[in-house]
Design a protein around this ligand. Structure first.
Ligand SMILES: Nc1ncnc2c1ncn2[C@@H]1O[C@H](COP(=O)(O)OP(=O)(O)OP(=O)(O)O)[C@@H](O)[C@H]1O
Length: 237
């Protein structure tokens, strides 16, 4: 169970060059489960995720964890759509976040062995991470994010460029992390994935939270005509 949640966004807005990218957003994230952020292209999903992670400057409002933000940052990991690899071996990529934390060498090696097995990269450990396939890179990115045991994991479209088998691998790693109590907040364009993984969902439209709720009710009985249209696959303007 997370220690840094809930996260409260109060009247948050982000403007860039006079254009409103987000807001006003009022949203509270409770302490467990997987929140899926869905919505059409350009609706503000990534901006919302970045606001939550504290890497997007707010033009208005506040985003507050249950502990001071600087401290809360140490308990979060963020995985990008296109994984960024260190130009080093797979093993070194896994060691790196633990070295930054100042963990003892023996403990690092134990943790690295554990995670290389969990994400099925054991036989790739000495290979340069840049030579991995797309699916392997994303598994490594996830392992590198989870190896620190963050309270909260943010993921921006982690399966966007992956085939079915790789997507299944990623979802199974996420299910494992959820079972261990990691709080996950992610975006996806894949409604099937949203239904498979989400415990609650946030539907973004034109930079605002248009509808939100428990996944079960939101997917089976969307309340707004816009979300109904989105689920039908209509173009929403
Ligand atoms: N740094 C920026 N400066 C100006 N405009 C930006 C910036 N970042 C994003 N935008 C614009 O803000 C809007 C919201 O973008 P965002 O990436 O959050 O949407 P999204 O829902 O994640 O989109 P997609 O599904 O296409 O990834 C878009 O119109 C985008 O073009």
């Amino acid at each position: 169970m997370s220690t840094i949640l809930p996260l409260s966004l109060v009247d948050v807005a982000v403007y860039r060059r006079g254009k409103r990218l987000l807001g006003p957003v009022n949203l509270t994230l409770k302490s467990d489960g997987l929140t899926m952020i869905i919505g059409p292209n350009g609706s503000g999903k990534t901006t919302l995720l970045r606001v939550m992670h504290g890497v997007e400057r707010l033009s208005k409002g506040s985003a507050q964890w249950s502990i001071p933000e600087a401290e809360a940052r140490n308990h979060q990991s963020y995985v990008f759509q296109t994984p960024i690899m260190l130009r080093r071996s797979v093993a070194d990529n896994l060691r790196y976040p633990l070295q930054l934390q100042g963990m003892a060498r023996g403990d690092i090696e134990d943790r690295v062995a554990q995670w290389s097995a969990r994400v099925n990269l054991k036989d790739r450990m000495s290979l340069s991470a840049t030579r991995l396939s797309g699916g392997e890179k994303q598994r490594l990115a996830l392992a590198r994010a989870l190896i620190r045991r963050p309270d909260v994991l943010f993921l921006d479209e982690p399966c966007a460029n992956l085939d079915g088998a790789s997507t299944r691998d990623i979802e199974s790693i996420l299910q494992g992390a959820l079972t261990e109590g990691t709080r996950i907040i992610m975006t996806t364009h894949d409604l099937g994935q949203a239904k498979r993984l989400a415990s609650d969902a946030v539907f973004m439209l034109h930079g605002c939270v248009h509808e939100t709720g428990a996944a079960e009710s939101l997917f089976s009985a969307p309340q707004t005509v816009e979300l109904q249209a989105f689920f039908r696959g209509d173009i929403i303007t």
